[in-house]
Design a protein around this ligand. Structure first.
Ligand code: R1P
Length: 270
């Protein structure tokens, strides 16, 4: 794995002059953030050695390098989900690459169902912590100390300093946000109402099918982490209507503007 990662990193180093310290993983329907990136260099996943290819609607499959307000960034437009059939090492492969490429701060975003009944579609939630309900862990297997320790601590997974920065920025910009716990499951089924009740009793405020594996690896490799969920629907049992991915993407796109403004301004201060 290490050699493969380094091969990918060498390719990127040769292909682009940018050396960003900040990366952003864009969730379903949140790809418009790349419109805030100037002097872009875009690379399709197909072109990148050892990179998996994204198959989900609303996920383009490109690495986008450039600048937001003078700060160099790397945006991942299209992520890999466990339910697509990738194994956990493939799902998290880009995060390993980012770390070796020099990324120190990662912003992870997602579209998620609201489990906290005080949320509504369009609510932006700053992730304060997560629950891994995938039933597996991307670090299962032999550990390679060149990436990180065998038993990573997760007592401050979502970096307090970045949370404070995002909160201050939101307040300055008049952006409304909530805070909460993200619970990640495998999908691809949306939850049953009984599962949502169980997840709420476990402490979930938002439910999705991504983010947790990437964050586990970002924490393991020693990155600072900021997470934002865009609540696109209320979770099953709270919502009156049935779910569809088309509706998820549409709401994410519609409310994505606030998300993009918030992330762009926060990036400038990192
Ligand atoms: O988490 P992201 O990739 O934003 O997407 C969310 O939206 C999709 C379901 O509609 C799932 O992939 C879920 O995880």
């Amino acid at each position: 794995m290490y050699d493969k990662v380094m091969e990918t990193v060498t390719y990127l180093n040769e292909k682009v002059a940018y050396r960003p310290k900040v990366a952003i993983i864009l969730g379903s329907g949140l790809g418009d953030l790349v419109d805030y990136i100037e002097e872009k260099v875009e690379i399709s996943y197909e072109e990148i050695p050892n990179f998996p290819v994204s198959t989900v609607a609303g996920h383009a499959g490109q690495l986008v390098f450039g600048k937001i307000g003078g700060v160099e960034v790397l945006a991942m437009k299209g992520r890999f989900h466990y339910y697509e059939g990738y194994d956990m090492k493939q799902v998290t492969y880009p995060v390993y690459v980012m770390k070796q490429f020099g990324i120190e701060n990662i912003i992870v975003s997602n579209a998620a169902g609201g489990a906290n009944s005080t949320f509504k579609p369009g609510t932006l939630m700053l992730i304060t912590d997560h629950i891994n309900a995938f039933g597996t862990n991307p670090l299962i297997g032999k550990n390679d100390e060149r990436f990180g320790p065998r038993f990573p601590d997760m007592s401050e997974t979502y970096t307090k300093k970045l949370q404070e920065l995002a909160k201050t920025t939101a307040k300055e910009m008049g952006i409304d946000y909530r805070e909460g716990v993200y619970l990640g499951t495998t999908g691809p089924t949306y939850e049953t109402a009984a599962e949502v009740r169980a997840f709420i009793s476990m402490g979930a405020d938002a439910i999705g099918m991504s983010t947790v594996p990437e964050v586990i690896i970002a924490n393991y490799t020693g990155m600072n982490i900021l997470g934002i969920s865009c609540i696109t629907n209320m979770a099953t049992g709270i919502a009156k209507e049935a779910h569809s991915h088309e509706a998820v993407v549409e709401i994410a796109k519609r409310t994505g503007n606030e998300f993009c403004r918030w992330v762009a301004e926060t990036v400038k201060k990192i």
